[in-house]
Design a protein around this ligand. Structure first.
Ligand code: 4NP
Length: 157
């Protein structure tokens, strides 16, 4: 089993969108038995909340399941459970360092836009502040496809 965790700040806009879009692609590829997907935030303001209405509207528009996602915060054991941690922006990567515990980490930390050819070193803009969920969906959709291809090649699945 391969474990993938998407991380943003609040775990209500970008990382649940990435979780749902990526899970949809894993489902389409028939790989739900091989890859598990989750998301978390570095902040704790929205614990237990469903995704932001803007994220739910986008997922419904593209007929992607948005059920059973509730915001949680990153925990130190995430670094021993998840092989792939995919952050939405540089500040998430920086904040993640504060959660590393004493266990030997086995996670590789990436940024979502590492998986866009033109997006090297880029950040997924935060629609909580920009209001532009469609732009974020386009980035997440394309980078999810490339992330899945990367993991399949990496893991031979
Ligand atoms: P997200 O967006 O990191 O994409 O979930 C945010 C959601 C909430 C807050 C910040 C960003 N907040 O400050 O409450």
């Amino acid at each position: 089993m391969v474990h993938v965790l998407f991380v943003c700040l609040g775990n209500i806009c970008r990382s649940p969108m990435a979780e749902a879009v990526f899970r949809h692609k894993v489902w389409e590829a028939g790989l739900l038995d091989s890859i598990t997907i989750d998301s978390a935030g570095t902040g704790d303001w929205h614990l237990g909340e469903k995704p932001h209405q803007g994220t739910r509207d986008i997922l419904q528009k593209y007929k992607i399941d948005d059920s059973n996602m509730f915001a949680r915060q990153v925990v130190s054991t995430d670094f021993s459970k998840f092989e792939y941690i995919v952050a939405m922006d540089d500040s998430n990567v920086e904040n993640l360092k504060g959660f590393v515990g004493t266990e030997e980490p086995r996670s590789q930390v990436f940024k979502m836009l590492d998986f866009l050819p033109e997006g090297q070193a880029g950040n997924v803009p935060d629609p909580y502040f920009t209001g532009n969920f469609e732009e974020v969906y386009e980035m997440i959709n394309t980078s999810s496809e490339n992330l899945l291809a990367h993991i399949r090649a990496d893991q031979n699945i």
